[in-house]
Design a protein around this ligand. Structure first.
Ligand SMILES: Nc1nc2c(c(=O)[nH]1)N[C@H]1C(S)=C(S)[C@@H](COP(=O)(O)OP(=O)(O)OC[C@H]3O[C@@H](n4cnc5c(=O)[nH]c(N)nc54)[C@H](O)[C@@H]3O)O[C@H]1N2
Ligand SMILES: Nc1nc2c(c(=O)[nH]1)N[C@H]1C(S)=C(S)[C@@H](COP(=O)(O)OP(=O)(O)OC[C@H]3O[C@@H](n4cnc5c(=O)[nH]c(N)nc54)[C@H](O)[C@@H]3O)O[C@H]1N2
Ligand code: SF4
Ligand SMILES: [Mo]
Length: 707
């Protein structure tokens, strides 16, 4: 074949889901990746991480063939490839099937735990054949909570559905609040729309305890104390109501529980909010008035706010603001946390939870919260005896790393890891399987930062013996003797199933078929387009009905009240915070943040990406005053510790954080001399909603190393 270009989609866990064009030469080698200029949101450019993607695809460290742990080697880092011997796919699959069967027979199928997250957000690669396989097996179900369920549940409690302001509409905003959203670092394709709005006079306000690149570029950066956003939002409501800045008609028509909310926010005076949040009372007033007096105003929340013990309450409170001012009525107004609720995929059909009834259990299996992996691996009753990891690097990304690594090191735990690289988790594997990248497989993908469905075509043959997730689980199903037809579905068939092609297609997917996507790989969800002819923009929440129990936007939630939760969003300081009481032995709040040039732990092993993060790798950013009080100087090695562990980092004196807050970034454990990363310090305590993690409710103390 001559040199040609193939449409793919970046499958990394990023809101943008960029259209990516891959140039492939006559020999089938990918020679170039570039953004698809025809994509209306991602518009032809890629972030710094993926612009050099061929470095990753063809990295000399790519895992190329299946491997088995050599007898006599212990699990854990330090032995690298030497711990493993090459085996064939047949041997690997036979051995896995035999071990899973034996484990299921001896300990019951629920002793098998799949562990996967969003290494790929391609729909099939994220969850399809794998789910079918584990459901049929009767394995424990994994509750995939590690990222977004807290905010997601909060969103649904207020609006009934995870929809939000159209990304392309941000260009029409007059005021944009980036609330716990590092747009520049984590969601770069929104940035040009923000810039366009600013050229037309819009203001950008960033609310973040860390001075991100986004904050540095904003008109106003409000550095809030971590985990106190509910108080700020409630304080804004107090001012909006006091000063008559609410849209009474919108509220009367569309919302439920306004009277209770009005009563509820009375005590949240700007002065009290200042005590809670560290944001000056005058700034609370100014922000609230700016928000109440400017239309259209859009809030870009990302998932930063909800990674706290009280992240659900904070998210609910913030998300209610546009319902008070009626911002949803205006082109360029409203809020966006995620657009994922716009995609009505046929998940039942893809994942087949009904197969659990065909399993040896004959019923739905137990559910294990992935945030609590450490606890799950330490359970002595109904223990986990086999762990199957794919699309994830839990040794690096899961909280309470000490517990996680102890669990992974268990010699009686049979661990399979399907991976592209020799990650921290692979160090603990019994069997390692090589995985493909998005260039090497076909998939379909939605997004959580826009409303386009895209087909990701296969651009090249897999590198080495790498194989896609879908292939792996179909092969394993065959070896387990699973006879259901769904285990023989091809990728194309599953794409059609996801699109409901064989039934009644829901409105947003109407007419979007595999055939259409093959020709035109980027399709806007139907019914979400602006009606330019008649001048009607698509506004998701301009009017009801809403998919909540009351059919209205719920300020007051009877459902939550019935569960014993706060019916109205209420500020409770995280227990693990400076105001929380518990854990006050540690005076500093610790933000174990994402790196700008890695994707969670992905890319952290590549030299080109490491160079871009060089100023932050292994650093602890701290305020000069906090450093001085502890006799710490810039560049000094320090020990950061709490009850969960102690981590050596290099102090970087910085005004990106306020006094009382320190920050470090996520990467691979084995890149640090201690063999740990920031998650050694994070805990398995959960947020108030959705079973999510509290990565940003962490207290620590710091001292010069060796003292
Ligand atoms: N470059 C890069 N891009 C990424 C990722 C990455 O690792 N690197 N990860 C991807 C993933 S998995 C996701 S989920 C998205 C998430 O994207 P974001 O939601 O933007 O994720 P975070 O970086 O966790 O949080 C955003 C900001 O919230 C701030 N924050 C922390 N605690 C609080 C708080 O209590 N209140 C407020 N107001 N702000 C707080 C943090 O300092 C951070 O700057 O990004 C994706 N994109
Ligand atoms: N301290 C702290 N911890 C965090 C966060 C934080 O902000 N701070 N963020 C949290 C969040 S939001 C998230 S989403 C999680 C992310 O946690 P993970 O989803 O585990 O994310 P990654 O670290 O990117 O690891 C994904 C792995 O999947 C592999 N992979 C990619 N594609 C494929 C494929 O097609 N098949 C297979 N088998 N493997 C593949 C990649 O090589 C990579 O090693 O981390 C969480 N952990
Ligand atoms: S990581 Fe995000 S911004 Fe970068 S190419 Fe992928 S989808 Fe686009
Ligand atoms: Mo995430």
């Amino acid at each position: 074949m001559a040199t040609h270009t193939v449409h793919t989609v970046c499958s990394h866990d990023c809101p943008d889901s960029c259209g990516v064009l891959v140039t492939v030469d006559e020999a089938g080698k990918a020679t170039r990746v570039q953004g698809d200029p025809s994509h209306p949101v991602t518009r032809g450019f890629l972030c710094g991480k993926v612009a050099k993607y061929l470095d990753r695809v063809y990295a000399p460290e790519r895992l190329l063939y299946p491997m088995r742990r050599r007898k006599g080697t212990r699990k854990g880092p330090g032995q690298e490839l030497g711990a493993f011997e090459r085996i064939s796919w047949d041997e690997a699959l036979d051995e896995i099937a035999a071990r899973l069967r034996a484990t299921s027979d001896e300990f019951g199928p629920e002793s098998i735990l799949p562990y996967s997250y969003a290494g790929s957000i391609g729909l099939l690669t994220y969850g399809s054949m794998d789910r079918r396989f584990f459901h049929r097996l009767g394995a424990s179900q994994l509750d995939r909570t590690i990222c977004s369920t807290t905010g997601g549940e909060a969103y649904v409690s207020v609006y009934g559905q995870k929809l939000g302001t159209d990304t392309e509409h941000f260009r029409h905003s007059r005021l944009i609040l980036a609330w716990g959203a590092n747009i520049h670092g984590n969601n770069i394709h929104l940035w040009p729309f923000v810039e366009e709005a600013r050229r037309n006079g819009a203001k950008l306000v960033v609310i973040d305890p860390y001075r991100t690149r986004t904050a540095a570029l904003a008109d106003w950066h409000i550095s809030i104390r971590p985990g106190t956003d509910a108080a700020l939002a409630l304080g804004m409501m107090h001012v909006l109501m006091r000063d008559g800045l609410c849209d009474e008609a919108y509220i009367a028509e569309n919302t439920h529980g306004f009277a209770q909310l009005a009563e509820h926010v009375k005590p949240y005076t700007p002065e009290r909010v200042e005590e809670m949040t560290g944001v000056a009372a005058g700034d609370v007033e100014r922000l609230a008035r700016m928000y109440g007096e400017t239309q259209p105003a859009a809030i870009r929340m990302n998932y930063g706010v909800q990674r706290s013990e009280n992240g659900g309450a904070s998210s609910r409170a913030i998300l209610m603001l546009p319902a008070l001012t009626g911002a949803w009525k205006y082109l360029g107004g409203g809020a966006q946390l995620s657009t994922s609720g716009g995609f009505p995929w046929n998940k039942q059909r893809l994942e087949r939870p009904d197969l659990m009834e065909q399993s040896p259990l004959g019923r739905p299996s137990r559910v294990i919260n992935m945030v609590l992996l450490g606890q799950a691996l330490e359970m002595t009753e109904n223990p986990v005896k086999a762990l199957f990891v794919y699309n994830s690097n839990p040794a690096a990304v899961a909280p309470d790393q000490g517990a996680v690594l102890r669990g992974l090191a268990r010699e009686d735990l049979f661990t399979v890891v399907h991976e592209q690289f020799l990650t921290d988790t692979v160090d603990y594997a019994d069997i390692v399987l090589p995985a493909t990248t998005f260039l090497e497989q076909k998939d379909i993908q939605g997004a959580y930062g826009h409303y386009y469905v895209q087909l990701s075509k296969q651009a090249m043959e897999p590198v080495g013996e790498a194989r896609p997730n879908v292939w792996l689980f179909a092969e394993l199903a065959r070896r387990m003797g699973f006879t259901e037809g769904c285990f023989r579905d091809s990728v194309d068939e599953m794409i059609r199933q996801a699109l409901h092609e064989d039934g009644k297609q829901p409105e947003p997917l109407k007419g979007i078929t595999l055939e259409l996507l093959e020709e035109h790989p980027t399709q806007r969800l139907r019914g979400t387009e602006d009606d330019a002819e008649n001048g009607h923009p698509w506004l998701p929440f301009a009017e009801g009905p809403f998919a909540t129990p009351s059919g209205k936007i719920e300020f007051y939630s009877e459902t939550m009240a019935a569960q014993g939760l706060d019916a109205l969003p209420t500020f409770h300081p995280p227990k693990e915070s400076r105001r929380g009481g518990q854990g006050s032995r540690y005076p500093l709040e610790f933000l174990g943040r994402k790196a700008d040039h890695y994707m969670n732990s992905t890319f952290a092993n590549l030299p080109g990406h490491q160079a871009m993060e060089a100023d932050y790798n292994g650093m602890l950013e701290m305020h000069p005053k906090d450093a001085e009080e502890r006799g710490i100087e810039d560049g000094m090695t320090v020990t950061v510790w709490n009850d969960r562990g102690s981590l050596p980092l290099v102090a970087k004196l910085s005004r990106k954080v306020e006094c009382g807050v320190v920050a470090a970034r996520l990467h691979w454990n084995k890149l640090s001399t201690s063999g740990h990363n920031v998650n050694l310090l994070t805990g398995q305590h959960l947020a108030d909603m959705g079973g999510g993690p509290a990565f940003y409710s962490v207290l620590v103390e710091v001292r010069p190393a060796g003292s």
